[in-house]
Design a binder for this molecule. Structure first.
Ligand code: UDP
Length: 367
């Protein structure tokens, strides 16, 4: 039986989940609510997982599942088996998952089969790009969750139109809370700029399977990075480094004097690099959101065919430019000729999403 008061299991397994759960965990602690963290180790590299627990001063998770690398099915299957065992041993009255990873899907599936209630943070995002495994994950999670925390009015509408069975709440996204909570510390403490040999630079990240696993797309992106008119700082995901090497593109990048490739960097270094960059080129979801925080306000070129963050484009914070070199370069030239004025307001909330989410949980579970 769950403990008499609120008793929550948080399931996570990747870098962005640790960052987005950090403000939620702080709020749970503030409110004295019991929770355990189950970390699947979908991201097992120190630089993508443990480093973030340490930097963000989060306790080491009570459970590690060590699922590691594998096919979509293997990762999801191993995580379900591990989570199932824990939930049977330690039933909870709410399982919280965030976003669209295999770990989140596994958490939601394990929970629903044991009749545990599910809360989905970052519900209602859709890219309508069916090459993305994340698109299936998030749809399934949304349709089996009891409490759906949609970041925006648009994601709320999507869930309403899909007739999900759970209750929908528009709360904002805890990524803005995370950005606000860590920004000042990052500005003071991060020394990353002393390692950057450029005065002015573009922050680049790419790691999505549909970009880096496809040799012709990756080749095209590398060609673009070599031709952009401003130097590039590129903290690269281990998957991206592997693919660059596999497709014989890595040397081209490291031989360029205008490109600095870094290993994945910590959150404080990332925030500092983002704040001081000219603009961003990325396929990251979290970075598209963070760039809209009033404290940050950076323009982002989204190197994808679609985006699940259309609110950022509509408010003028970003533009989806696809992966064609000429199209990306033309857009960058236009941006430099005529830089847009960015709004003071983020479409992803006011930095109080975690407080809103926890108050809703307390009210809805009424324990
Ligand atoms: N991030 C980081 N270091 C890096 C790259 C990204 O701390 O080297 C942070 C970034 O600030 C954002 C999150 O990781 O909060 C985004 O994760 P990622 O791009 O891996 O995943 P996505 O958001 O696309 O799911």
């Amino acid at each position: 039986m769950p403990r008499n008061s609120l008793d929550i299991r948080i399931i996570m397994g990747t870098r962005p989940e640790i960052i987005k759960f950090a403000p939620i965990i702080r709020e749970l602690k503030n409110q004295n609510i019991y929770f355990d963290v189950i970390f699947t180790d979908q991201h097992f590299d120190y630089n993508l997982s443990k480093k973030f627990f340490e930097e963000l001063e989060l306790d080491n998770p009570k459970y590690h599942l060590n699922i590691g690398k594998g096919t979509q099915g293997e990762q999801t299957g191993k995580a379900i088996i591990g989570i199932d065992k824990i939930l049977i041993k330690e039933p909870s009255n709410l399982v919280l998952v965030q976003g669209d990873t295999n770990s989140s899907l596994a958490g939601a599936l394990a929970a629903v089969k044991l009749h545990n209630k599910i809360g989905h943070i970052e519900a209602g995002l859709r890219s309508y790009d069916y090459r993305m495994p994340e698109e299936y994950n998030r749809r399934i999670i949304d349709h089996i969750s009891d409490l759906l925390f949609a970041p925006t009015e648009k994601s709320t509408k999507i869930l309403e139109n899909e007739n999900v069975w759970g209750k929908i709440f528009c709360t904002g996204n805890p990524i803005i809370d995370a950005c606000n909570q860590h920004f000042n510390y990052a500005e003071k403490k991060s020394e990353i700029l002393s390692n950057i040999p450029f005065e002015n630079y573009i922050l680049v990240t790419t790691h999505r399977a549909e970009n880096v696993d496809n040799p012709s797309v990756l080749n095209n992106l590398v060609g673009t990075f070599l031709e952009v008119p401003i130097p590039i700082v590129f903290p690269a995901h281990p998957r991206t480094i592997n693919r660059l090497k596999q497709f014989s593109l890595y040397k081209k990048l490291i031989n360029s004097k205008k490109i600095l490739i870094l290993p994945p960097i910590g959150y404080f270094d990332l925030l500092k690099l983002m704040y001081h960059c000219a603009f961003i080129i990325t396929d990251s979801g979290g970075i598209q959101e963070e760039a809209t925080a009033p404290i940050m306000r950076k323009f982002t070129f989204v190197i994808r065919k679609t985006t699940d963050r259309p609110e950022s484009c509509e408010l003028g914070f970003s533009k989806v430019v696809g992966t064609d070199k000429d199209v990306i370069l033309t857009n960058i030239k236009e941006f430099l000729r005529n830089p847009p004025k960015l709004s003071n307001k983020s479409p992803y909330g006011d930095g109080k999403a975690s407080q809103k989410i926890i108050s809703i949980i307390i009210k809805e579970l009424d324990i």
